[in-house]
Ligand binder design. Sequence first.
Ligand code: NAD
Ligand code: DAU
Length: 365
Amino acid sequence: MRKLLVTGGAGFIGANFVHYWARHHPADRLLVLDALTYAGNPANLDPVKDHAGFRFVHGDIRDGALVDRLMREEAIDTIVHFAAESHVDRSILGPDAFIETNVIGTHTLLKAARKAWLDSDDAPASPRFHHVSTDEVYGSLGPTDPAFTETTPYAPNSPYSASKAASDHLVRAYHHTYGLPVTTSNCSNNYGPYHFPEKLIPLLIVNILEGKPLPVYGDGMNIRDWLYVEDHARGIELVLNQGRVGEVYNIGGNNEWANIDIVKLVCQLLDEAFAHDPSLHQRFPRSPAAQNQAASLITYVKDRPGHDRRYAIDAHKIMSELGYAPQESFETGIRKTIDWFLANEPWWRAVMDGSYQDWVKQQYA
Ligand code: NAD
Ligand code: DAU
């Protein structure tokens, strides 16, 4: 039985990972530590709130005393570290929180793991610190460049990716210097249920349903490599169970799309959904998808400063070494995602009107 500390488990990927882990490893203990920033949503953990062995702690990964206490109290043997400031646009507007959480916060967790696992008499037998990182640390690719491998030199271009790169280096250093048993995964763009609607795909879905513009940065020809979020969880599971300590694994789905093509595809799929289900016309009367015209909302806007042109992940290492293979194609994953947003209107309405954070506000009222 593992005793996991999952940081950032109330966010998009962390919550999907917790759901996945509870289903596949029901005997394990799952402690989620999350500060519930704007990106954290207690409702994301509803599917596991009655799961035996699940516990939620509202707190900050930079709070060293809290992390030390939780490590002892729960005899944590596995840390899966998702907590981060994750949105590139916000890092451009205000980098400080990214340095605080992504760099200082990661270092606080590393110190706590070192104390509990290396400097303690009752350390667990096979502890593991798994750090969840991003392909953005490798910088930007030209149109014909080969995809990022684990040995691609780091070249982060945004405050977000620079802060993630710094955290990756700290994780590496704690392994080489102190022997902390770490693994790191660098993943491409995720999409799926519970995705916060500031990121491209959920923003498109929600804006189409609400009849709002679909902002396309620059010429719309920037390329991202998309992976269904549960396939990311599956990759992390493989690294935790079979990955070699000290190693880095890239996780991706070999699924490159230009932004404008994603925008057009989501428009087409929502137009089709409205054509097949007349009840959507009543639920979303102002949506142009009702008239088969979601694409009429496409609006080209000023480009993101320093906008990376192309990301692409080479996932050969995790595939050949650990037998990884994504289970969703983009075709199936994007349909599941759209269906999830159609079936979970109260979830995204609460995010849009801010009431998703009522629980947090009540704690301090
Ligand atoms: P998210 O923004 O949806 O969630 C982040 C979570 O961390 C939130 O619940 C937030 O409340 C919590 N958090 C933030 N600061 C905290 C702090 N100081 N203490 C405790 N909790 C804090 O992010 P996400 O998209 O789920 O990304 C999760 C991780 O995966 C991040 O490390 C990100 O860099 C990495 N990643 C994301 C993607 C992607 O496409 N979204 C791809 C590759 C890697
Ligand atoms: O590559 C992994 C990264 O993917 C993660 O590390 C980040 O945490 C995650 O946010 C994501 O970063 P991106 O910047 O690629 O994701 P975003 O959804 O913000 O943007 C995807 C692309 O779409 C990007 O080229 C910018 C563009 N875009 C985005 C938004 C929000 C638009 O054209 N319009 C938009 O409104």
